[in-house]
Design a protein around this ligand. Sequence first.
Ligand code: SF4
Ligand code: SF4
Length: 225
Amino acid sequence: MSQDVDAGPSPQSAAEPGLAAWVTGMLTVLAGNADAEVPCGSCTACCTSHQFIHIEPDEAVALAAIPSAVLFPAPGRTGAGLLMGYDEQGRCPMFVDDQCSIYAARPRACRAYDCRIFTATGVAPDPDKPRIALQVSRWELGSGRPEDVDVRQAIDAARAHLARTQDAIEPALRPVTSAQAAVVALLLSRAYLTEAPDGRLTLAPLDDAQAAAALRRILESAVSR
Ligand code: SF4
Ligand code: SF4
């Protein structure tokens, strides 16, 4: 880690939620049914780390708030979404005076972003994002509770399946960024879990063919948006 990396104070003041609870919440976020709630503290790493922000065609509020000059067509997306880039320092153009200038209208991708997905999945952030990597290294999601153990195994199995099969995925479907790989691994982990009557997620048997089919569904759903 270079010495000029300053991601701000650790966001670790909040109590760690436990892996299973965090995964359940994050799957709700990824389904579009909630915004991510991350105890970021003063960290602003994800707004300043050379990230392209994808904005979907139905995001009228975000699109109205963002100048068209900083948007360009997203390649490889059938839904014809737009991308917002970043400046020469890697900052989002909407990041002004150390904060998001369109917070109430921020895109869906920003609402869903939770860097703890890297901690949970064990996928490392891309090398050009050291400030995010620093924050990721600070999180403790907790895998020691009884309800966390099966979830940990499911995530590990999903990540291993993705790593084993990634090269065989056709380029149009293959995750490109580490963030995409982490999302895919987390979504795939749900296929290794079943919900018990008491709501707990428990490990379910899943063979390679079933995992491959689940992965295919996830990837096809991702590119169709
Ligand atoms: S990198 Fe993580 S802790 Fe930092 S602002 Fe983004 S989501 Fe919050
Ligand atoms: S739109 Fe706002 S929340 Fe999203 S990356 Fe830009 S500054 Fe950050």
